[in-house]
Design a binder for this molecule. Sequence first.
Ligand SMILES: [Zn+2]
Ligand SMILES: [Zn+2]
Length: 319
Amino acid sequence: MPRPSKYVSRSDLGWGTSPADKANPRSGLVIHYDSADQGLADKNHSSCVSYWRNTRSFHTGPSRGWADIGYSFMACPHGYVLEGRGLYRTQAAQPGGNSSHYSVTLATGPKDPIPAAQINAVRQLRQWLMEPDTSISGKVLGHRDFISTSCPGEKAYALVKDGTFAKKPDESEGEDDMPRHRRFEKDNSQELEPGTWASLRFDRRHDGHTGDLYALVGPEEPDGALYDFSVGVTVEGLGSGTEVQLRATEYEPDGEGGWKVARNRPIESPVQAAGNGHFTYAWKGNLAKGRRVRVRVAQFGDSIAQLTSATAEVFYWPK
Ligand SMILES: [Zn+2]
Ligand SMILES: [Zn+2]
């Protein structure tokens, strides 16, 4: 395994060689978090780079006064590894293991999701560090294995304990002829007001992602993607002859931390014959950089209807 495929080096960041003392950490990799939710999974990757720069300023500023950013690396929710002190440097991350182990922070807080791409970035980093040159042991620990601390948070520590971070990286990450797949499911009811477009909110994604459950594609593909999805919904409480409409809609940031419609895709409008109906919709599209795609539903009956379940199968190719 070479250096992680999506890597932001110190020279990319405009930082010189780390002034930290030399070391040769060989005993493993220690996982950290931020302790405050940063919401990076739902922002563009440029926010991760800003976070990393700010962290370095904080660590080298008056309140910490360290020689450099405290960590060896960061693994972000978009699948990038960002270099901190980097290879062969002592750290200020986990007293008791600063020159024996490398450190990587996920920059998450207790409620932040840990997407599959972030887990894979940690796996790629570990695999790279295990190569002959650096030859660390494959052991993965959490900060709390050294001292009493909440770090790296319950979610990440569970992944340390069950061996998730110590698995081989998913080789399909970064190889783009095979599509990625996601499945979304919903079984909590959602009200549909007559004549109003509602974004379909799912309850679960197959990989346990807990961030944006409206977007079928987008949050973790900062450069956009080609996509191909199909969705099925069940709507109850429709009068006979009610028209139900489904469409894909692409959203872009509205500049104020929210989302606005960037592009509506063609509408499918089946008509309901009985009281409850099952409707399907499929669309293939080309999602531009920074956008997300949702499915929206509208019904044109006389009263509120309930969207009681939905499933989406999504295939996509990140750009
Ligand atoms: Zn920590
Ligand atoms: Zn990122």
